[in-house]
Design a binder for this molecule. Structure first.
Ligand code: 4NP
Length: 157
């Protein structure tokens, strides 16, 4: 049984949350932790689409191929399926709350709240920015992913 099932959520599921999923899979594998991970968007704009080419390129810099990822929209069933649902910014958190059925098992939080000293910080949306925004996005989601792996390792000894 995996130690945790984690869903990363942003708006479009093509920029930030696929990178968060990739960073978490990598950090968990490195730590020898058996996890399941997925990502979703609160919007349906990019359902069925691969990640943004700028996210694909940034993941590749870190040796990770995310070209097989496909966009999907967050559903209320996800709150029963996943142990953690982690949004990137406050707008995501508000959208996530609208889908929350209220009786799920998922712990819902903003990703950087898991990082000591970065509580309350948002992972900024890089969609409208320059390509180097994706490098910053990687560093932010990677910090969140590593903090979650550390917390899971603590929990599972
Ligand atoms: P993401 O970025 O939420 O990090 O995937 C965005 C992707 C697409 C759009 C907005 C944000 N969009 O408006 O299509």
């Amino acid at each position: 049984m995996p130690s945790a099932k984690v869903l990363f959520v942003c708006l479009g599921n093509i920029c930030r949350s696929p990178l968060a999923e990739a960073a978490f899979r990598e950090a968990a594998a490195h730590a020898g932790l058996d996890v399941e991970a997925d990502s979703a968007g609160t919007a349906n704009y990019h359902v069925g689409e691969p990640p943004d080419p700028r996210s694909v390129a940034e993941a590749r810099v870190h040796g990770i191929d995310i070209t097989s990822y496909r966009g999907r929209q967050l559903t209320s069933a996800d709150f029963h399926e996943f142990d953690f649902i982690l949004g990137m910014d406050r707008s995501n958190m508000a959208n996530i709350a609208r889908v929350d059925p209220g009786d799920g098992k998922a712990k819902v939080a903003m990703l950087l709240d898991l990082v000591p000293g970065q509580e309350g910080r948002e992972v900024a949306d890089p969609w409208y920015g320059e390509d180097d925004g994706f490098r910053a996005t990687w560093h932010e989601v990677d910090a969140g992913a590593r903090a979650l792996v550390a917390a899971l390792l603590d929990e599972h000894g």
